[in-house]
Structure formats: C-alpha cells, structure tokens
Design a protein around this ligand. Structure first.
Ligand SMILES: Cc1cc2nc3c(=O)[nH]c(=O)nc-3n(C[C@H](O)[C@H](O)[C@H](O)COP(=O)(O)OP(=O)(O)OC[C@H]3O[C@@H](n4cnc5c(N)ncnc54)[C@H](O)[C@@H]3O)c2cc1C
Length: 506
C-alpha cells in the first residue's frame, strides 16, 4: 500500500550525472525555476556509460527550451547533422533502405501518399518510395541546410549526432549557471523512512548526507535508488529483443561526414556508425546466445571503415523496463528506468519525455497515488510502443543466412504489433496509436524497406485518373529534387556553424 507524502516538494535530489542526470537537472531548473532547489550527486570514479550519441528530432525542442545557441552547441559537442538512419543488410545481405525523419511524398486528403504510389507501382512505375523524400535525397547527396519553407514537405527535419561526454559537460555547465548544485562523491547508503519507505537522504562515502523531498534516479543500469533501495521490479523483454550486449569503439573520422547514422545488420545483431566532427562512434549490438563476445569483437573491428582509436568497451544489458518508473518519492530517468537497444536512437528521447512528463505531473503539493499512476501509465505505453517498432525491424526480414534472423522471424509478437503488420500487409493501412513517437511514415519506411509490400491500396486513389496520378507523381518528384542542388554539403554546413561560433567569440 502506497503512503502518500503529504508535504510540498522543494528539494529535488538527482542521483547520477550522465546524460539523464544533467538533462533532468537543466530542464527541471529551467522550467520549475526558483520553486525548487536541485542538488546533483555524481561520481567521477564510477563514470558514465559513455555511449548515446545519435538522437531524433525532438532533441531540438530541448535545445530551444534551454535557449541553446545552435552554433555553440555544434561547436562544443562536436555535433553533426542526422537526417536518417541507413539500414544495411536488414532485409537481405547487400540491400539497404533509409528510415528518414522526413516523409515520402505528401499526405493527401484522408489518404496517405503510399496508397497512390502502390497503385502507380502496380501500373509499372519504377520510382522508389524514397525518390519522393527530401531527407533521403539530401542524405544520399551528403547535403544539408535548415530550410524554412512554407510547404512542410519541403523542409528537412533533422536531429544531431554528438559526443556523449561533451554533451553531458555542456548540460552541466548550463545547469550550474542556473543554480543547480553539484556534489562529487559516491553514494554509499540510501536512508529510508521506517514508516513510509520513502527515501529521506543519500549518504556519501565521504560522510556527507544529502537529504531531499523527491529523488530522481539517474544512476544508470543499476538503478541504485529505484531498484537497489526500493526494489521496483523489472519487466524483461529479452524474448522480444534478444540482444543483450554491445561493444563500442571510436574510430578515425571520415573525410566526408555523412548526415545519417548507419545501422549494419550482421549475423547476430547489428553495428552502428555515428559520424562526429572529430571521430566516428561505432558499436556492435548482439545477442550473446548466438555469438561470443570475442567473435562479436572481431566482427566489429573487421567492419570498421577507419582505424580504431582505442579498445572496444563491453556493455551488458537486459532489454525491458522498470515496472514502476515512479515509485514512492523516486522517479527513474534514463537507463535506470529501462533499456531499449539504440536501433532507433530513442533512449535520450525517453529521458527527455520522462522529464517533460514529470514536470507536467510535478508533485508540488506532495506525492499522490494518482500522480504516480498517471506517470507510470504513460511511460509504460511509451516504452511498449517504441519496443514494438524496434521488434518490427527484426521480425520482417528475409535473411535466411543467419540463425538469429531466422529465429527472429518466428518469435511470438505482441498482439499490438501483429495487428499493425497484418493491417498493412492486407490493406496498406497504417494506423498510428495515440501518442506513438513513430508516425505512419516511419512504420511505412521500415515495413516497405524490409520487404513488406501491401496487397492493396486505398479505394480513394481510384478517384484520381491514371493520367492525373502520373502527373501528380512527376510533379512531386521535381518538387522534392529541386532544392537539392542549392544545398551546401553537410561538411560545409557544419564548418560554417563552427566558424560562426568562433567569430561570435572574438
Ligand atoms: C550500447 C549503447 C548504445 C547507445 N546508443 C544510444 C544512442 O545512439 N542514442 C540514444 O539516444 N541513446 C543511446 N544509448 C542510451 C544512452 O547511452 C543513455 O540513455 C544515456 O547515456 C543516459 O545514461 P544515464 O545517464 O541514464 O546513465 P549513465 O551514463 O550510466 O550515468 C550514470 C551516472 O550515475 C552515477 N552513479 C552511479 N552510481 C553512483 C553512486 N553509487 N554514487 C554516485 N554516482 C553514481 C555515475 O557516476 C553517472 O554519473 C545507448 C546505450 C547503450 C548501452
């Protein structure tokens, strides 16, 4: 039985100073301001997980809210632009497709673009879906600029790749400037109230005691407060996403910096390549049931396209989510709240949305059961929706050369996902669940990219004559291609931003 904490919340203690800790500190301080005092405890000796360098477009909202200057951000975090993820070897070995942040075509009254395109393909059209996607065209051409067009189909939605440790430093500086107090030290003991079980204070090895009203657990996979002290429980989703290990290594940077993340499927998992200004980030995510750590390491190193800059770092994880992400007066944010592999770069986004949710449901006048229940309901749905989208990548594949991918085609799917795939296969219908982070265009690109072509298209398409359909597609093709020639190269854009920042500092 949960005992409500009937006291106002003024002192927030954040345990952990990785991306989660510093993002929580900066956003909470910025948005809740003087209403709360924030103390963050972190241990340099323990360090951070040190990965997490690819993001998705909502990160730009964080930067806006925090009032971050883009040129300075790109300069300080060695960031590059991300327009898409290029999935290689996922359908079959040798084939690739893009999941872009844009959308192929344009949506027409009540009917998504792909229905028109499917009909045209049935009539012999040769153009691929992505020929109608500006993000794809710019990614392939290695070009980028921010486009503020009146017509949203002519914009280039984008995110960033950045150096995770520089990003945490950047957020730390910002947080401290706003008044967040940082304490260096190792948490040795967590003190709880005998009656309510609520956390009262963190005892550091140094003897220092940090007490607070609300505690945010950002201590990484171990979940020192939420699990270590409170035992909130964990839902293990390894039966759906069996990868449980990753090896990460930086390598020398490429001369030309691609504006996309690469995800290259191997025999028992996949490898990322994230281009930064000063290096590439690489990692191999795999299932240890199918491949040993040594074999996985060989695979990673033999698939680097530039020289490694150190030894690979091994990280073990269990995919799933903390059963109660908010429990008593502790809210788990970041890796302590659960982990979904970085296939679609969603973890930093999950941090961002957890903090926004906490701010919306902030217990100014005390922790109540209804606030906790609402928070946990929303976060459970969010994790499940992202999980389903990740699982999709594994189950729709045509790889017959790998035991791992063969097995993944045959796993028992959550009903929600099985329904979605069937709906698309049979009817071409893409139904976005309420609040699903991934829009129809994302589901479309992965489904089609991995070989699922709908049997049918929507009847509304027949209200357009064949000649009109042809003309419409030709025009759209021209419209989407037209801006590409005028865009600078991605490297020129990044160099321009860095130079702009340096000029502003003179
Ligand atoms: C292989 C891999 C690849 C990833 N790639 C991406 C990606 O591309 N995009 C993305 O969005 N996300 C990615 N992620 C997730 C991303 O790395 C994390 O979401 C992000 O770094 C946040 O981590 P964190 O702050 O929760 O934990 P951590 O970085 O582990 O930080 C934990 C903090 O707690 C502190 N701490 C722990 N114990 C104590 C103690 N006893 N006393 C004091 N302090 C303590 C540590 O010192 C540290 O400051 C990836 C994750 C993995 C594993």
């Amino acid at each position: 039985m949960l005992t409500p904490l009937k006291k106002s919340i003024n002192r927030v203690v954040i345990a952990g100073g990785g991306t989660a800790g510093w993002l929580a500190a900066s956003l909470l301080k910025k948005l809740l301001g003087q209403a709360i005092e924030i103390t963050l405890v972190e241990s340099e000796a323990i360090g951070t997980v040190g990965v997490g360098e690819a993001t998705i477009p909502p990160i730009r909202l964080v930067n806006q809210v925090l009032g971050i200057d883009e040129a300075q951000f790109i300069h300080d975090t060695k960031a590059t632009v991300k327009l898409a993820i290029r999935f290689e070897n996922w359908k079959t070995k040798g084939e690739c497709y893009y999941h872009t942040f844009g959308a192929p075509g344009r949506s027409m009254a009540f009917c998504h673009f792909h229905h028109y395109w499917v009909k045209a393909r049935q009539q012999g059209l040769m153009n691929d879906l992505w020929d109608y996607d500006l993000n794809y065209l710019a990614a392939e051409a290695g070009k980028f600029a921010q486009i503020n067009a009146k017509d949203p189909v002519l914009e280039l939605p984008f995110a960033y790749h950045f150096d995770a440790s520089l990003y945490a430093q950047y957020l730390r500086k910002l947080s401290e400037q706003m008044g967040v107090v940082r304490v260096e030290g190792k948490i040795a003991r967590v003190q709880r109230c005998n009656d309510s079980g609520y956390i009262q204070a963190l005892h550091l090895e140094s003897g220092e005691v940090i007490d607070g009203d609300l505690f945010i657990d950002c201590t990484g996979f171990k979940g020192l407060l939420i699990e270590g002290a409170l035992g909130a429980g964990y839902d293990d989703w390894s039966h759906l996403l069996p990868c449980d290990s990753a090896l990460a290594v930086p390598s020398e940077r490429h001369e030309k910096t691609a504006p996309y993340t690469r995800s290259i499927a191997h025999d028992a998992g996949w490898q990322w390549r994230i281009p930064l200004q000063h290096r590439n980030g690489n990692g191999h995510v795999y299932s240890s049931r199918y491949i040993s750590d040594d074999q996985a390491c060989d695979t990673l190193l033999s698939n680097l396209d530039t020289k490694p800059l150190g030894d690979p770092k091994l990280i073990k994880f269990t995919t799933g989510r903390r059963r109660k992400q908010w429990y008593k007066n502790v809210v788990a944010v970041g890796l302590s709240s659960g982990f979904l592999e970085p296939l679609e770069s969603t973890s930093i986004h999950l941090i961002q949305s957890a903090i926004v949710r906490l701010i919306q449901l902030f217990p100014h006048n005390g922790v109540t059961k209804s606030l906790i229940d609402e928070y946990n309901k929303q976060s459970e749905l969010e994790f499940e929706q992202i999980r389903d989208f990740l699982v999709l990548h594994y189950v729709v594949n045509e790889r017959t050369d790998s035991a791992f991918f063969n097995d993944m085609r045959n796993i028992t799917l959550p009903d929600s996902l099985a329904h979605k795939i069937e709906l698309f296969k049979e009817n071409g219908v893409l139904q976005r669940e309420q609040n699903d982070l991934f829009l129809e265009s994302s589901w479309l690109q992965v489904l089609y990219g991995q070989g699922v072509m709908p049997k049918d298209y929507h009847g509304l398409v027949n209200s357009v004559s064949d000649a009109q359909l042809n003309q419409m597609l030709t025009k759209l093709l021209e419209l989407k291609r037209e801006p590409i020639a005028k865009l600078p190269s991605h490297d020129d854009y990044i160099n321009g931003m860095v130079a702009k920042y340096k000029r502003s500092m003179k």
